[in-house]
Design a protein around this ligand. Structure first.
Ligand code: SF4
Length: 241
């Protein structure tokens, strides 16, 4: 992540707690130049989490909200969109206000979420232009990945809300063979099909950054071409990378 000299303020005075910023990216919001704000805190504990530095909600904000607004104000003509990521950005109660402030600056709004809080996602939808929603596994395998017992219901409720909305989206799944077998993946694909998902991406887990040492540096096969074809034929839009 590129570093920028954002100023830091006392945690209690912040609208949202931001652990870091990517000031410029072409890969986090499809087709748009975007900045990404990483919000602090996530209640789930996925072994393959790449953003473990953003999981602790109590971590003091690394970047002040005021300095982010200043930064965005100076880049109105250079950036198209701002993506709220994390951690789990919907954890923070200041998120709706923060999104509205950025929207009023003229940016498109993207959200990266694991669907942890479906009711909060529902309230945000009118303000969002694009959502990248992680659906990690078929419902039966969810808690084994997140470490949280009711995580499947929450994620799948969020997926249904998103798919039935007018907001552009991508449902994506991180594939780690120790956590999701090939039959799990096809079960998941079937469940996604049942809720009419149209835009789906499977991404290979980059094990170098996994928070659990037991699943790092493990070699595994890419998704076979035949599997890519089979899954690609199910969704109007499918990508594997
Ligand atoms: S839901 Fe996302 S941010 Fe939270 S632990 Fe899992 S991978 Fe990390």
């Amino acid at each position: 992540m590129m570093s920028v000299n954002f100023s830091r303020k006392k945690q209690s005075s912040e609208l949202i707690q931001i652990g870091g910023v990517t000031p410029f990216t072409t890969i986090d919001y499809p087709g748009e130049l975007a900045a990404v704000l990483f919000l602090q805190g996530c209640p789930w504990r996925c072994d393959y989490c790449h953003n473990k530095g953003f999981i602790d909600r109590k971590q003091v904000a690394a970047v002040s909200w005021e300095s982010v607004l200043d930064f965005l104000g100076e880049r109105k003509t250079l950036l198209d969109a701002v993506v709220f990521s994390g951690g789990e950005p919907t954890l923070q109660t200041g998120l709706p206000e923060a999104i509205q402030q950025v929207k009023h600056l003229g940016f498109k709004i993207g959200l990266h979420s694991a669907g942890v809080y479906p009711a909060r996602l529902q309230k945000l939808l009118p303000w969002l232009d694009w959502v990248g929603l992680d659906i990690k596994a078929p419902a039966s395998r969810y808690s084994a990945i997140t470490g949280v017992s009711n995580s499947a219901e929450r994620a799948w409720d969020s997926a249904r809300l998103l798919v039935d909305s007018d907001v552009d989206y991508e449902i994506r799944t991180t594939l780690h063979p120790k956590l999701i077998s090939r039959s799990d993946l096809y079960q998941l694909v079937d469940e996604l099909k049942q809720i009419n998902v149209r835009h789906y991406r499977v991404q290979k887990c980059n094990t170098r950054y996994c928070s659990d040492d037991n699943i790092t540096e493990q070699d595994f096969n890419n998704l076979e071409l035949s599997d890519q074809d089979r899954i690609g034929n199910i969704f109007p839009s499918f990508e594997y990378r």
